[in-house]
Design a protein around this ligand. Structure first.
Ligand SMILES: NC(=O)c1ccc[n+]([C@@H]2O[C@H](COP(=O)([O-])OP(=O)(O)OC[C@H]3O[C@@H](n4cnc5c(N)ncnc54)[C@H](OP(=O)(O)O)[C@@H]3O)[C@@H](O)[C@H]2O)c1
Length: 284
């Protein structure tokens, strides 16, 4: 560990080039943490460095990239690594029957396998810290399903399961584990999802062709957010609590849609919940 690390409380934030991750990185830095922000391009390295952040390259789909990032964090932060915030992810839209095996594998490679590999690699440092925090950014779609979101839904359900198990297993350790479950948040998410949709779904030849015309409209209209869309700052408030509280919550809901849909999931019979989710999905 470097001399520099011994005086600092380091936080690694993945996916800090835009949206929630960028807000988290900047806000945490302002609140006295030393942030190591992960990005994928030279342009994003430069942009974040200009904002005073230390950066690290991380491509979650690439096993070697994750190995290199783990070693870099070990060198830079050592046991002063206080928190890992697993934020980086993308949404792969498309009907379940139109998602190829390789497209589903790619979704899991980023949203689950890379995240899992990074977490396991950094866990020894968080343990040594004596009070480390793992914060996984999930989604309302880790709690309920939406039509046309099967790949993303599955990856976030899997992240929820893995995180819940990890929390149970770390109960007697100094490391706390929390999930953040945002509803719609203003970011580059829809823009990036549209890109994934156009790249990986052969929608012109799909049975769902007509529906997809509406979907592309929804994803293009990032300036017209759905009702109750929140901001990255709303996510930040919950992350601050997860990092500062002596008893961080296992789950943090963000935005009204998450509270409402989580309650519906608990109270409604499955068919009624399906009818509600179909209706909400049809608005997209
Ligand atoms: N926005 C929402 O409505 C919403 C709602 C619920 C949950 N979430 C969750 O919030 C988190 C942040 O999303 P966001 O809304 O801020 O979206 P965003 O603006 O698209 O940011 C996603 C970040 O993840 C990075 N990323 C994507 N693929 C990656 C990969 N293969 N390897 C490493 N990094 C990768 C992106 O980097 P590049 O710029 O290089 O692509 C970007 O920095 C995600 O976990 C998302 O699932 C978002």
């Amino acid at each position: 560990m470097s001399e520099e690390a011994s005086q600092k409380k380091w936080v690694v934030v993945t996916g800090a080039s835009s949206g929630i991750g960028k807000e988290l990185a900047l806000s945490l830095q302002q609140h006295g943490y030393t942030v190591l922000a992960t990005v994928r391009t030279a342009t994003d390295h430069e942009a974040l460095k200009r904002l005073g952040l230390a950066t690290l390259t991380l491509e979650l789909a690439d096993e070697d990239s994750v190995v290199i990032a783990i070693e870099a964090v070990r060198q830079r932060c050592g046991s002063q690594l206080y928190s890992l915030i697993n934020n980086a992810a993308y949404g792969q839209p498309g009907a379940v029957e139109d998602i190829s095996r390789s497209t589903l594998e790619q979704q899991f490679a980023v949203n689950l396998f890379g995240t899992h590999q990074l977490t396991c690699g950094l866990l020894p440092l968080l343990r040594q810290n004596g009070g480390g925090r793992i914060v996984n950014i999930s989604s309302v779609l880790g709690l309920v399903a939406f039509p046309w979101q099967g790949a993303y839904n599955a990856s976030k359900y899997a992240l929820e399961g893995l995180t819940d198990t990890l929390r149970l297993e770390l109960h007697d350790s100094p490391v706390e584990v929390s999930l953040i479950e945002p509803g719609p948040i203003r970011s580059q998410f829809r823009h990036n999802a549209l890109h994934a949709f156009e790249k990986d779904i052969d929608w012109h030849h799909s049975t769902h062709h007509e529906h997809y015309k509406r979907i592309t409209g929804y994803y293009s209209a990032s300036d017209h957010p759905t009702p109750f869309t929140g901001t990255p700052a709303d996510v930040m408030k919950r992350v601050h609590h997860a990092l500062r509280s002596s008893r961080p919550q296992p789950r943090y809901f963000v935005t009204l849609p998450t509270y409402v849909l989580a309650t519906c999931r608990r109270l409604l019979p499955a068919r009624l919940l399906d009818a509600l989710l179909r209706k909400l999905g049809a608005m997209r």
